[in-house]
Design a protein around this ligand. Structure first.
Ligand code: ZN
Length: 579
């Protein structure tokens, strides 16, 4: 008996955008069984948190071709089961509430609709590889941007080759601005929703440089066309990568000031780099996505961290900023790293594995017990790059590691294991890196920056000014007129005595102190002095006697050494001007 394949079609209606409700009809034809199971994704690739997208689903109902309502029941939070009565066509209707403006959620209002497939569509277990048609019904004059091909040029009917492709192809529907440009014979597009102080020509000019730089690393562009979605809002920042597009959200007035604009170009470089690293060069655990549960991998330090290292390097190579800015960015990252005590507790491979319960679920203790695999992954990638560059006088670098991964795994989308990743890095470096991996990736040994900087004539130095006051161990923010303690270092004088995050800081030695004044006030004391810290803890006034510790640096700068050898000069110059 041959099994007839079902025909799957979605219609997404944006008839009442002000309601924030997408109205969806799933039409299943040729279904041969008496039961139809539908499952809703609980997360979306690229954002490793169980988001429970089904929480936004309402008004679920089912009819057949004769308008008979079909019985259905819920089996679990994301699993619906329908008794089909052997109907020829099954129509499943539901609504999705969409009022969360981020790159990984859905948003619908009077101005536009934006959605990610994982938050909109069911998959039919066993038929995930089946083609899926998507029809968009939108208000008049609204246009549709997506990387899915149109079935008819003048109609909003699109075709996804399978469920993965549908999830990987977000939609922007509205009156957004569209800008076309061509690079290396391939079509590129920016679809921009939202007001702001950006200049599209400038963004496209710099994005072109970024794309050309990355195409050089990977020897070409592995797509037919590519689409950048850009949303601007008051203060959101984020990106989500896809195979043939990416979604970016950025503060609307952060496009003019140089430093903020550079940060935006880093975001562009980061998400674009992902089209290789993580979308095609994937850890084994992400070779096939399981949309129903956590997909555990220890390799996100490479997928995200190496991508973060390159998002600083690529604008430099593209001529968007110079070596000083590159080193300043690096200094800021190292500063963040060395101010995170959790780096001594959690190995970066474990940070990757536990992303599902930790990175996206931060609390006031996070910095004490965890380290971001973006941040440490970036710095470990820096050290690996320096190891390879030093050994081969910049003739080899992490670029070759990426090329090898692309040829061996990415091109054919075969997942790599942690062992295979290590082997490829070792092959390019032509050395055993077991100790490096044990200490810095699977262990929490302090990263010896200066050891690896020295051949390049660089040095990591603490900023002297920070050493002018004794160490207390708290970070304070002014919030609505209150001085709130946001972080307490467990091993600091404040942490040891029991001062807690979310306490309101009131006074040092009975005189009011604000976040801005704190470090200056501490300059009047020495390590070993006892001070009285007064706080509100749950509205209860408490005073603690704290013995201050030795000064600790909290900012660092990567500086160029004064008397450099010819070799040091050449190594640094070839690294920072490497094309
Ligand atoms: Zn990323």
């Amino acid at each position: 008996m041959t099994k007839t394949t079902p025909i799957i079609q979605y219609t997404v209606s944006l008839k009442n955008p002000q309601s924030h409700l997408f109205e969806i009809t799933l039409e299943v034809k040729n279904w041969q069984e008496s039961i139809l199971d539908l499952k809703f994704p609980v997360w979306t690739p690229g954002s490793y948190l169980i988001r429970e997208y089904a929480k936004n689903l309402q008004d679920f109902r089912v009819q057949n071709e004769a308008y008979v309502f079909l019985k259905h029941s819920k089996i679990s939070k994301n699993h619906w089961q329908i008794k089909t009565l052997n109907s020829e066509i099954i129509y499943i209707k539901y609504r999705i509430f969409a009022n969360e403006l981020t790159v990984r959620t859905n948003h619908l209002d009077r101005t536009h609709g934006y959605f990610n497939g994982a938050g909109m569509f069911f998959f039919i277990p066993g038929w995930e590889k089946q083609k899926i048609q998507v029809i968009i019904e939108s208000p008049e004059n609204w246009q549709v941007s997506t990387t899915l091909p149109r079935l008819l040029t003048d109609k909003n009917i699109f075709l996804a080759q399978d469920f993965d492709t549908l999830v990987d192809s977000p939609f922007e529907i509205g009156t957004h601005q569209i800008f076309d440009f061509e690079i290396l014979g391939k079509k590129h597009q920016f679809a921009i929703w939202g007001k702001g102080n950006f200049k599209p020509e400038k963004i496209i000019e710099d994005t072109t440089k970024i794309i050309e730089t990355q195409a050089k690393i990977f020897h070409g562009l592995p797509y037919k066309n590519y689409l950048f979605f850009l949303h601007t809002s008051n203060n959101s920042y984020g990106g989500l990568e896809h195979k043939n597009c990416c979604s970016l959200i950025y503060p609307r007035f952060h496009f003019q000031e140089r430093e903020k604009y550079n940060r935006f170009m880093q975001l562009v470089a980061h998400e674009f780099f992902h089209l290789w690293n993580v979308k095609r060069i994937r850890p084994k655990a992400l070779e096939t996505f399981d949309y129903e549960q956590e997909n555990y991998t220890t390799s996100l330090w490479f997928s995200e961290g190496t991508t973060s290292y390159y998002d600083n390097l690529i604008p430099l190579r593209s001529g968007i900023y110079d070596g000083n800015i590159f080193l300043n960015n690096l200094s800021q990252e190292i500063t963040r790293f060395l101010n995170t005590p959790g780096r001594n507790i959690q190995p970066v491979s474990e940070a990757s594995f536990d992303t599902w319960i930790k990175l996206y679920r931060r609390d006031s203790n996070s910095d004490n017990c965890q380290i971001s695999y973006y941040l440490k992954g970036e710095l470990v990638s820096l050290l690996l790059d320096l190891i390879i560059r030093k050994k081969y006088n910049n003739k080899r670098s992490l670029d070759q590691v990426l090329q090898e991964l692309w040829l061996n795994f990415g091109k054919d989308e075969i997942g790599f294991t942690p062992v295979q990743l290590k082997e490829i890095i070792e092959k390019v470096a032509e050395q055993d890196l077991t100790e490096f991996f044990n200490l810095y990736i699977d262990g929490t040994e302090e990263l010896p920056f200066n050891y690896y900087f020295e051949p390049f004539g660089l040095e990591l130095k603490p900023i002297e000014e920070d050493l002018s006051y004794p160490y207390l161990g708290i970070r304070v923010n002014s919030e609505n007129g209150k001085e709130m303690i946001k972080f307490v270092d467990h091993n600091s004088p404040a942490g040891k005595i029991g001062i807690d995050p979310e306490n309101e800081l009131l006074a040092i030695d009975n005189i009011r102190v604000t976040a801005d004044q704190l470090n200056n006030r501490l300059k009047d004391y020495h390590s070993g002095d006892t001070i009285a810290i007064t706080v509100f803890n749950q509205d209860e006034l408490r005073t603690y006697s704290v013995v201050l510790a030795d000064p600790q640096p909290n900012r660092y700068q990567v500086v160029v050494m004064k008397n450099r050898s010819h070799f040091q000069k050449k190594l640094l110059s070839d690294w920072l001007h490497n094309q």
